[in-house]
Design a protein around this ligand. Structure first.
Ligand code: ADP
Length: 484
């Protein structure tokens, strides 16, 4: 679980906040319940004390203290009902005190006397020696010139037991409630964030090659609608800027092609003109070399601009990739022979694909050209074409100088060269693999590189096979260089 995700943080905050609120509410409820139960018990004791005071104690001059004591015992049966009753004179001497209850829940003789100077109506929670608590309500009854105190008491234990029970229930229900809340919160947040995931997924798919696509907009009128609309406007601006750059590249390279061709032609004529001095012809030849290099770069830039404009699919057809690679390798073996490099290949079956044959030939030429360029004398180059999981796979490996690990992620960038010394070919401009990548992207193909410095490199391209290509979703995987 990603603890930094918005989902986790929202759920954690939500569950945490509700936990605190719940705890406060439960604590307040618990304290209020305790206060209410104690208040009820106290009021009950006072009601009984009032009853005894008005019906019996107030009439002591007429009916005698003994009669009062007897009546109280008969009416309330304190021993049977687990109650404590005490009637005392003003000087603290006893008129009546109930006995220890039948169930022995407390010792009546242990209940201490209340202080002498207390209000007429007074109650106190007394702690008994066995740890039990007794709530005692005391009522002062003036009779003639003297006064009596009528005291009723009951153990608080049933209240405590009930509170303990409520506490236990809350403690058990609490984690369950929090779990339900957290799960509910998780579902809610997941639901709320689903459009964000859709936007992120759609944004991931947008590259320089499909800048015409836009993010889905859910017309909910909320922040997410605004976000996707803003992102779409940003993509439109990027598309405009990208197209402008492309147009500039296409126009510039197009404008340069003709004068460069004329220049190369003229220079070539000079190099073969016997009327010119040998030294001058030699200098012209080196100028021609530079002009040809310039012309090649311009051609490559022109090709890239056309690929960027989506012209890689000009001549779409179905053909055998194995056949294409075989014939191209044969044509290029002449180049390899100069360096005594052996090109061998295997294609055990027909590997049908759909695509622009000329463009894909360019891919094979560029890869083989690099393999020859970066392999030392008497090295070996192997190619293989086969079907794999409804894909056509082309692999070109060499025993060349390899590519340094830190350079691998950059080799598909335009004008990127590891170094000029390696190839010994000053003509290389670092555009060959950019062209390969653009053509691959246009064909929904992925390209991977595995290379070990000093041991060689393997370039693998995976294209949708002919049937799969027809039904393949319109995705555009890019190049994924790797290094071993
Ligand atoms: P270039 O035209 O300079 O070869 P590329 O775009 O074709 O440009 O290649 C970019 C860089 O990748 C090259 O400068 C080279 O160092 C490296 N490279 C490409 N292919 C190979 C290979 N088969 N072996 C070693 N290095 C390679």
């Amino acid at each position: 679980m990603n603890v930094h995700s918005i989902r986790f943080r929202l759920v954690a905050w939500y569950a945490g906040l509700l936990t605190v609120i719940f705890m406060i509410i439960c604590a307040l409820l618990f304290l209020d319940l305790r206060r209410f139960l104690e208040h009820e018990l106290r009021q009950r004791q006072f009601r009984r004390a009032h009853q005894v005071a008005t019906t019996l104690v107030a009439h002591i001059p007429q009916i005698s203290e003994d009669t009062v004591a007897r009546q109280v015992k008969d009416w309330y049966e304190p021993e049977a009902n687990d109650r404590f009753i005490r009637i005392i004179r003003q000087d603290g001497t006893l008129v009546y005190r109930s006995q220890t209850p039948g169930d022995g829940s407390f010792d009546a003789s242990e209940v201490p006397l209340l202080p002498a100077h207390i209000p007429a109506e007074f109650s106190q929670v007394l702690k008994l020696s066995d740890g039990k608590t007794l709530l005692l309500a005391s009522l002062s009854v003036p009779v003639n010139k003297t006064s009596y105190r009528v005291e009723f008491g009951e153990l608080l234990d049933p209240v405590e037991t009930m509170l303990d029970h409520v506490f236990l229930q809350l403690t058990l229900a609490f984690p369950v409630a929090i779990l339900i809340i957290a799960f509910g919160g998780y579902l809610l947040v997941t639901r709320a964030l689903r459009p964000v995931e859709r936007i992120a997924h759609a944004a991931e798919q947008i590259t320089q090659h499909n800048l015409k696509e836009r993010l889905p907009i859910a017309h909910t009128g909320d922040e997410l609608e605004r976000l996707s609309a803003s992102l779409n406007r940003m993509i439109t601006r990027l598309d405009d800027a990208f197209q402008q750059t492309n147009r500039f590249l296409a126009d510039a390279s197009h404008e340069l092609r003709t004068p460069l061709t004329v220049l190369c032609g003229e220079l070539e004529e000079f190099t073969t003109d016997d009327r010119l001095e040998v030294a001058l012809r030699e200098r012209t030849a080196s100028l021609l070399e530079e002009a040809l290099r310039l012309s090649k770069i311009v051609e490559q830039l022109f090709l890239l601009s056309r690929l960027d404009a989506g012209e890689a699919k000009a001549e779409w057809s179905q053909f055998d990739l194995a056949d294409l690679v075989r014939t191209t390798a044969e044509q290029m073996s002449l180049l390899a022979e100069d360096k005594e490099i052996a090109i061998s290949g295997e294609a055990p079956e027909r590997v049908m694909i759909e695509g622009d044959r000329a463009r894909l030939k360019q891919v094979v030429v560029n890869l083989l050209d690099n393999a020859i360029k970066y392999t030392r004398k008497r090295g070996a180059i192997k190619w293989a074409v086969h079907n794999k999981n409804s894909h056509a796979v082309l692999e070109i490996s060499d025993t060349g100088i390899g590519i340094p690990a830190d350079a691998v992620p950059h080799i598909f960038e335009r004008f990127y060269r590891v170094d000029t010394v390696r190839s010994g070919d000053a003509e290389s401009a670092g555009l060959g693999l950019s062209i390969v990548k653009s053509i691959c992207v246009a064909h929904d193909a992925s390209i991977e590189v595995k290379s070990s410095l000093g041991q060689g490199s393997v370039f693998s391209i995976s294209l949708p096979a002919a049937n799969a290509a027809a039904s393949a979703p319109d995705k555009k995987p890019g190049a994924q260089p790797q290094h071993e």
